[in-house]
Every structure is written in structure tokens, then in C-alpha cells.
Design a binder for this molecule. Structure first.
Ligand SMILES: [Zn+2]
Length: 429
């Protein structure tokens, strides 16, 4: 048996190796700017970059599912060009996120330089609305993506209208394409995004599904992003499972091989989402306010929590809980003081007037030293809210945030903590 080492997901999102029998192990992190092509079987390949690109080829023309990011599109093209000279008939976006649909120029340039006709770009009809929204809010998009992916993320200009490659052709619910006579089905889903497409190639029994699988707990409820769809995500995975794929090629993480492994992946991920969804809905129906549901600390059952493909290494359960709450409830937490909140600076000053600044900082340090980092942060943040220039409070906040980042498994939460600490350290300089 050959042992394929796939290094992907550099930034802690997967960091797995996978053997050709589908077993997975933790591996060392790798450089995000490296990509690697894996041939799944003749005519089927996947490029592993920050996000993956799936290729079907071998009968005269090929298709690519996703085009990777602005930085990695050319790497994906170069990698597949070492395997085949076939022209691209289609480029299909699984959704409009930048790590999946912003590498298109490299594919179009490849066609032009080889004298091939320009490939047709297919996407769900809501991808264009997403692109317009990105262009309209490009400053905000740059800010939140830089924070989410860490300071290294290149974001300059990538959300500008002129750099977005809109689809040539869009569909609503279902679309059938033909690749040299072979059926290619596009199915719409609402999961990580409202504009998701999963691709089914029935003769190969292969599902190319973008971020409906991210090889970790599905990232619904991303703290800075628009509404996601926990229940729709579960339903999409169940629909894919009903096709009984032999291969599942996801947007992030390893390729999944064999009907049994694919069923487990799809069904158990759907179970996890349905479990959290149903628990939140039960609590809402019982009259609980969002703040009470958040404080209930809902957890997955142990058997689901132990699945390697549900590890909370990108998103995490509390984010999913927030997504479900937001899907069915408004913005109010249920705390009366939060309806028209007094300014943070005034509320913090009231606390400090009662106990004194030094006592607040002392207690925050004590909680930190006991490992109660969230409570320590709440107090340290109160001191900083009362006086944004208090250097000792800044120092303490940065220290607690760094400790929170060091123990945090979720890539997104970790980057938020580390980013907040970094900006305090910058101000202290
Ligand atoms: Zn993605």
C-alpha cells in the first residue's frame, strides 16, 4: 500500500496526514503557500491548498470544482498541468468565499495561453449577490478576514469589484451539465453559505462538496460573518449521503474514500449539527433567552465529540449555538440592561468607583493565575474600558488574551484572541 502524505491546512485547520486506506494522523503544520496535488484515481484529482480544488478529467475535457484563492489559483493550475493537457470545460464555484472562488484568473489565463476556449464558470445564482456585497463592504471584509486568518492573510484589493470573477451561468435549485457526455449534477444547498453548490458525478460516484465538509466541526456561527445555516447544512449532508458516494472531496482537509467512511463522515457530521440545532430550538421553545442558552454550554455527546472529523479546530460548538439562535431569534440577549446599554466606559467606571482599580486588577490576576481566564479577562477588560490608556490594564489584558489563545483549539477564536493581544502590544510600544 502506498502511503500518501498530504500536508494541508497549514494554519491549524486540519494538519492531518492521511494514508491511502483513509486513516488519519496528526501531522506537523506546513507552510500555507505550498500546495500539493493528490491523484484520487485515474481521471480524478484534488489540489490541497488552503482550500482544495477538485478536478475530473481523462475524456478530452476537464472540470475544476473551485479555483482556490487569489494566491493559490496558479499553483492549482500548475499542479494539474503536470497530469493532463486537457482544456477546462467548466469551472464550478461551490460558493463565493475568497479561498474557493478568487483563484479564477489563473484558470482563464491558462486557457488563453494554450489557445483553448474560455471555460464556462458555473455557480449558484446567489454567488453574484455575495460578490456585490463583498465589493460594497470591502473595507469591513478586509478587516474581519485579516483578523480571522491572522495577520499574514493577504487582503489588499481582493474584495474590489474589478477583481471579482462572476459566474457566466447561474442556476437556482438543480442543474445538470455534461462533461464529454458524462453527467455532472449541481445541487444547491444552504450550509456555510446561502449560495452553496455540491457537485455529484454519478458514474464516478464522486461528490465534490466544497465547505459542506471542512474536516472539522462545521463552522456555522462565525462571529463576524453573516447568517449561516446549521439545519440546512445537516440536510445537505444527508442528501449527499443518500447518493452513497465512493469519494467525498471536501473544500478543506483530506479526500474521503470508500462508501463506509463517506457515510460515517456525512451522517455523523449531520448528526452533530442536528443535535446542537435541536437542543437550541428546544430551549427557545421552553422560553429561554439567548444569554441563557449561551451560558448553558451545550456540548456534543461524547461519541460525536470524539470523531476526528468533528474536532473543534476551526469553528466550535458555541459558535454553532449562536448560529441557531440567530437563525430564529433577534439580536437581543434577553438582559434588560442590554436593550439600551449604558456606554461601556461609564459602566466600567461605576465598578471601579465601587471597588477601586487596583482591587479589580488584583482580582483579575488572581483569576488568571487560577486558570479562570474568561473571568479574568472580563475584569481586566472592565479596567481597560474605564480607562483606555491604563498601561497596566493593557498589559494584563494582553497577557490574559495570549494565554487564552495558547489554550484555544478553535483556529478562529485563537486568531481573535491573538489579534486582540497583538493590537494591545502594539499600543504599548
Ligand atoms: Zn473554505
Amino acid at each position: 500500500m502506498t502511503y500518501v502524505i498530504i500536508r494541508h491546512n497549514s494554519s491549524g485547520m486540519g494538519d492531518l496526514t492521511v494514508a491511502s486506506d483513509g486513516t488519519r494522523n496528526q501531522a506537523t503544520p506546513f507552510d500555507p503557500m505550498m500546495g500539493q496535488l493528490e491523484v484520487i484515481e485515474p481521471g480524478l484529482a484534488m489540489f490541497h491548498g488552503f482550500a482544495n480544488v477538485a478536478f475530473a478529467y481523462g475524456r478530452g475535457e476537464m472540470l475544476a470544482v473551485d479555483t482556490s484563492s487569489r494566491a493559490m489559483g496558479a499553483m492549482a493550475v500548475k499542479a494539474i498541468r503536470e497530469i493532463t493537457d486537457e482544456p477546462f470545460a467548466f469551472l464550478i464555484y461551490t460558493h463565493g468565499h475568497g479561498d474557493h472562488a478568487f483563484g479564477t484568473d489563473a484558470f482563464l489565463e491558462d486557457a488563453a495561453s494554450r489557445g483553448f476556449r474560455r471555460p464556462k464558470i458555473w455557480a449558484h445564482e446567489d454567488v453574484s449577490g455575495r460578490f456585490h456585497r463583498y465589493a460594497m463592504t470591502r473595507g469591513w471584509q478586509a478587516q474581519i478576514n485579516q483578523l480571522q486568518f491572522g495577520a499574514r492573510a493577504p487582503v489588499d484589493g481582493i474584495f474590489d469589484e474589478k477583481s471579482l470573477r462572476y459566474a457566466d451561468l447561474a442556476y437556482r435549485d438543480y442543474q445538470m451539465l455534461e462533461l464529454m457526455g458524462e453527467a455532472v449534477e449541481l445541487h444547491h444547498a444552504r450550509g456555510e453559505t446561502d449560495d452553496a453548490t455540491w457537485v455529484w458525478m454519478p458514474t464516478r460516484r464522486t461528490a465534490m462538496i466544497g465547505d459542506l465538509i471542512v474536516s472539522s466541526l462545521p463552522n456555522t456561527g462565525n462571529p463576524n460573518k453573516v447568517q449561516r445555516f446549521t439545519l440546512g447544512w445537516a440536510e445537505a449532508l444527508e442528501a449527499i449521503a443518500r447518493k452513497r458516494p465512493r469519494y467525498v472531496l471536501p473544500g478543506h482537509g483530506p479526500a474521503y474514500r470508500g462508501e463506509e467512511a463517506c457515510q460515517e463522515l456525512l451522517i455523523e457530521t449531520a448528526h452533530a449539527l442536528r443535535f446542537i440545532h435541536d437542543e437550541v430550538v428546544r430551549r427557545l421553545n421552553a422560553g429561554q433567552w439567548p444569554v441563557e442558552i449561551v451560558e448553558a454550554n451545550i456540548e456534543l455527546p461524547a461519541d460525536l465529540a470524539a470523531k476526528p472529523f468533528l474536532a473543534p479546530i476551526y469553528g466550535c460548538v458555541p459558535f454553532v449555538v449562536r448560529d441557531v439562535i440567530r437563525c430564529y431569534a433577534g439580536w437581543w440577549s434577553g438582559e434588560p440592561s442590554a436593550m439600551f446599554p449604558a456606554p461601556r466606559r461609564e459602566r466600567a467606571a461605576d465598578i471601579l468607583a465601587l471597588c477601586g482599580r487596583d482591587a479589580v486588577l488584583t482580582r483579575a490576576r488572581m483569576l488568571r493565575d487560577e486558570g479562570n481566564l474568561q473571568r479574568a479577562l472580563a475584569l481586566a477588560e472592565t479596567a481597560l474600558n474605564a480607562d483606555a490608556c491604563d498601561r497596566e490594564a493593557m498589559e494584563l489584558n494582553a497577557d490574559i488574551l495570549e494565554k487564552l489563545a495558547a489554550r484555544e483549539r478553535s483556529f478562529i477564536a485563537r486568531n481573535f484572541f491573538a489579534g486582540a493581544a497583538r493590537s494591545l502590544r502594539d499600543r504599548l510600544k
